[in-house]
Write a protein that binds this ligand. Structure first.
Ligand code: ZN
Length: 682
């Protein structure tokens, strides 16, 4: 068993360096421009929807309705991330749309960069580090820009004067002591009071924990995921739960989602899919979490449809206590050819479990219902856009996974776009030998895919909790995400050097596994540090997991020099001297991490994560940043979505065309115009 909040894998960690080289002109298919721009620490990419034309008309119609359901929920995540995100976003949008002079001035361009960062992060906190960022312009300049905007175009509260509005909004944007971090995971403070997200208000961590503990039915093995779809606050001493549903909080956006889901019902591909949509509609109307579980079960059962959608309140990473879920949607259809590889792994799930180095008592006797496929993404929204996962495994409810299994997907066209956008420069900078570079170039794409497949399909699905021990979220608390990701990664790492994959026909040679090992160690000990600012620790669960594994393996292999730290011309390198032994070490670590999970050993989890996963080697960090500086590579990437343009005749769906816009700002302004349904402050 595994906790419910850990299953979407934001594998943005895998290093996808900057694309350079294609001319910025447009655009026969083979010349499709992948990267359109770069600013701050971000790059904007595009992806294609290969195979869209092969869908039937009915499938296209379904895709189109689901596309609308996805985008209609976009406002929600801004508000979830911070109470004042929507009012800040709309102020910036009003400025950009009304500003007519001086569009090339240095200050105005800086304002634009800030706006683009806000769109990218769905708010004023960095999408990855969760820390607040501020614009590199003066307050006076922003005030002047706001003053340019006609009053009617600004998101003023009722009877609020423009000058009062300015007094209200300027500190929210500039004051670095207000709303410092979206999600605080730090040890030893009130995680609720110190997190800026809009899941809780006026309430302490202790009160939240007591409230949900009293709501959780510990005797019911099929208990609902309490608190998943609501804001919890204390009003006049009373604890009030505001549910996100039609007629409740976020109603205006949810009504639109329901409107399009109603249409999707009429063109569903299978009976299970139809029931799933109906259950989802019922959930959005009632807010009932039992109905949400029913929906998830139908969604799992629907393995036959090509078109599919993730839609709902899904991942709980933004809540330090893991109760509240962000809105998210991914609309896709199946990539039949690529799915064969992942299916081959899924079919052998029991073999992998039986041969795993974990204790016999922690193994599942029956690894159940892992359904895996490669999908072609059509649109993403909320939590998965513009920054996107490349693999997803859902649903998150532990008991549903146990009884019904889960669906695991690899976002094929997204991964393809990343690969097109990558360059060799990072390899040349951080690989010690040309052999290592060649190995990565030759097998890097495949070994990435295999790692992702195994992490999702057999990693998260493996292992079981000892009887009577709570879920990892309950027992390992704020360390549960990191430990769970480490567990899934270690399963993938252990087997990627196994001949089994070669005999199964999914990997040509064990060398592909070696490529993955050196990439993982390079990333975990060095290259991922590019994402951390000087003086910061590692906060994000996947990054913690990656350093935890790499640093722990380095130390465990030290006496035998399994991973060697070398220095060449003042530069640090990590070189693997013995791949087989490293595999054994990964196996031992997996054994320990599984024990911690199965027994709910909080102290051991905390010790491991705090020792290896959190603190940054200050000197090495400096060196890594310096080496990256000259490469001019953005550490984070996100995507412009394709646009679907439908045609209807007398209300009847005729066709839909795909367009590929290439201007991030225009897309964000288009979304703001088309999909702004919520009040500026909710
Ligand atoms: Zn994962």
């Amino acid at each position: 068993m595994t906790p419910r909040n850990l299953f979407t894998m934001f594998l943005c960690l895998i290093f996808f360096p900057l694309f350079k080289g294609f001319p910025q002109t447009m655009q026969p298919e083979e010349k499709f421009v992948v990267q359109t721009e770069q600013f701050a620490d971000l790059a904007i990419l595009r992806y294609r929807i290969e195979g869209f034309e092969q869908l039937s008309l009915k499938q296209k119609e379904l895709v189109y309705y689901l596309y609308e359901t996805a985008l209609c929920g976009r406002d929600i995540i801004f508000d979830q991330n911070y109470k004042y995100n929507l009012v800040i976003r709309r102020t910036l949008e009003a400025i950009i749309q009304n500003h007519s002079e001086d569009k090339t001035s240095e200050e105005y361009l800086k304002l634009l960069v800030y706006a683009k960062r806000v769109w990218f992060s769905n708010g004023i906190h960095h999408h990855y580090s969760s820390l607040k960022f501020t614009p590199e312009i003066t307050k006076e300049y922003l005030v002047a820009l706001i003053n340019e905007v006609p009053e009617g175009k600004l998101p003023l509260a009722r009877e609020q004067s423009k000058s009062d509005f300015i007094k209200f909004i300027i500190p929210l944007i500039f004051d670095t002591t207000i709303a410092v971090t979206k999600t605080n995971q730090a040890d030893g403070v009130d995680l609720i009071a110190s997190s800026a997200n809009n899941f809780y208000e006026n309430i302490t961590q202790k009160e939240v924990e007591e409230y949900y503990s009293s709501k959780t039915d510990k005797t019911n093995p099929r208990a609902i995921s309490v608190g998943l779809n609501s804001k919890l606050e204390k009003v006049n001493g009373e604890i009030v739960e505001n549910t996100w549903k039609v007629g409740g909080m976020y109603s205006a956006a949810i009504e639109k989602i329901v409107y399009w889901l109603d249409k999707a019902v009429t063109v569903a591909e299978t009976e299970h899919q139809k029931i799933a949509f109906q259950k989802l509609i019922e959930f959005y109307k009632t807010g009932d979490l039992k109905t949400f579980d029913d929906y998830c079960i139908e969604w799992i059962k629907d393995t036959q449809s090509s078109v599919d959608a993730i839609n709902g309140f899904i991942e709980t990473y933004s809540d330090p206590l893991g109760f509240k879920a962000n809105f998210e949607s991914i609309v896709s259809f199946k990539d039949v050819v690529a799915t064969k590889r992942i299916e081959a792994i899924s079919k052998e799930a029991q073999w992998f479990e039986d041969n795993s180095p974990i204790s016999a008592q922690h193994k599942k006797k029956n690894v159940k219902g892992i359904s895996a496929k490669v999908i072609t993404v059509v649109v993403e929204s909320g939590d998965s856009s513009p920054s996107t996962p490349i693999g997803v495994n859902l649903p998150n409810a532990t008991w549903i996974r146990k009884e019904y299994g889960s669906k695991s997907v690899n976002l094929g066209n997204i991964v393809h776009a990343y690969n097109l956008a990558s360059s060799d420069e990072v390899l040349r900078e951080f690989c010690y030998t040309t052999e290592e570079i060649e190995l990565t170039k030759k097998y890097g794409n495949l070994s990435d895919d295999l790692h992702t497949d195994m992490h999702e399909v057999i990693g998260h699905a493996s292992g079981q909790i000892n009887p009577g021990v709570g879920t990892p979220r309950e027992t390992l608390k704020n360390y549960s995400s990191t430990i769970e990701e480490a567990r899934a990664d270690l399963v993938a790492l252990y087997y990627i050097l196994d001949n089994k994959l070669v005999t199964m026909g999914v990997m040509p040679t064990i060398d592909a596994g070696k490529a993955e090992y050196s990439k993982y160690i390079r990333s975990g000990l060095m290259t991922q540090l590019q994402r951390i600012k000087p003086g910061e620790n590692i906060e994000e669960a996947h990054m913690r997991n990656r350093q935890l594994i790499a640093a722990w393996a380095f130390e465990k292999g030290k006496s035998e020099n399994i991973i060697e730290r070398k220095n060449k011309e003042g530069k640090t390198f990590f070189v693997i001297n013995n791949y087989e032994k490293l595999k054994t070490i990964f196996g031992e670590m997996l054994h320990d991490i599984q024990r911690i999970t199965s027994e709910g050993d909080f102290d051991a989890a905390r010790k491991l994560v705090e020792t290896y996963g959190v603190k940054v080697d200050v000197e090495l960090h400096k060196e890594v940043l310096k080496r990256f500086e000259k490469l001019h590579i953005a550490p984070y990437k996100g995507f412009i979505n394709p646009v679907l343009v439908p045609s209807f005749e007398n209300g009847k769906f005729i066709d839909v065309k795909v367009e590929y816009p290439d201007d991030f700002t225009k897309q964000m302004l288009f979304y703001a115009k088309q999909y702004s349904f919520l009040p500026s402050i909710n």
